[in-house]
Design a protein around this ligand. Structure first.
Ligand SMILES: Nc1ncnc2c1ncn2[C@@H]1O[C@H](COP(=O)(O)OP(=O)(O)OP(=O)(O)O)[C@@H](O)[C@H]1O
Length: 223
């Protein structure tokens, strides 16, 4: 299903009864948490996210999961320092859904889902429960996972950090860490990206030690 950027004009369809689900009369009404929808089904959930997105409200809760729609443009003031301080230490649900609060679709819309609602809750749970916390960020390619992860890092380091540029350092290390997990399996490339980075960037000594040549000359036997 493709979500439109603006609410579509009402249309009439003929459908079998078992394909029809209840919805509120006012299709432009939206709620901050999909669980608060009077009728919860795939269509009402997607409509809620769509209506919110058309108003630049790209974040929506589903209980303690956060859905984010990639806006593909900078929404003014959404991530500025004032917004960061507004969310600091605030319980989940007391402020509108935001990646700073918790744990997130476009062009056609793309969705990223973060669980648990991310940043502030993860930090407070770490302090209170004295346990390491994980934030799961999931979504299709281009959904905004990397961007939202950066927002979370920036939020945590500017709210609770020591003032060093630790967020930049983590963000800069990201492509390198991703290279250990990403591999393309087309005919031209059959290894993890880190291998090509290593063969491209290694000094002469390292190349000799690991028997590496230029990445362009690397071939593996076809499976
Ligand atoms: N919240 C946002 N505000 C503005 N632009 C955004 C936002 N989220 C994503 N984008 C835009 O969408 C692009 C793609 O997002 P991103 O790289 O985070 O996707 P991804 O889910 O990590 O993709 P992949 O899985 O392919 O790495 C970004 O480069 C940025 O231009």
């Amino acid at each position: 299903m493709t979500l439109a950027c603006v609410p579509c004009p009402p249309q009439t369809f003929l459908a079998a009864v078992n394909q029809v689900f209840p919805a509120e009369d006012n299709v432009n009404k939206h709620v901050e948490d999909n669980c608060s929808l009077m009728y919860l089904n795939e269509a009402t959930l997607l409509n809620n996210v769509r209506v919110r997105y058309s108003k630049d409200k790209i974040y929506t809760f589903v209980a303690n999961i956060l859905i984010a729609v990639n806006p593909y443009y900078d929404i003014p003031k959404l991530y500025n320092p004032e917004t960061i301080s507004k969310y600091r230490g605030r319980s989940l649900g007391t402020l509108p859904p935001h990646v700073y609060a918790i744990g997130p679709l476009k062009g056609p819309p793309l969705l990223t889902a973060l669980s648990p609602p991310a940043a502030d809750k993860a930090y407070r749970d770490m302090k209170v429960l004295k346990m390491s916390q994980s934030i799961i960020v999931s979504g299709e390619s281009g959904a905004g996972k990397t961007e939202n992860t950066k927002f979370v890092l920036r939020y945590l380091t500017s709210s609770y950090g020591t003032g060093q540029d630790i967020d930049e350092r983590i963000v800069e290390a990201n492509p390198l860490l991703e290279a250990f997990g990403n591999a393309k399996t087309s005919k031209e490339e059959r290894n993890y990206h880190i291998f090509y980075r290593l063969s491209a960037g290694a000094s002469e000594d390292i190349r000799k030690q690991f028997h590496l040549s230029s990445p362009d000359t690397f071939r593996v036997r076809p499976l």
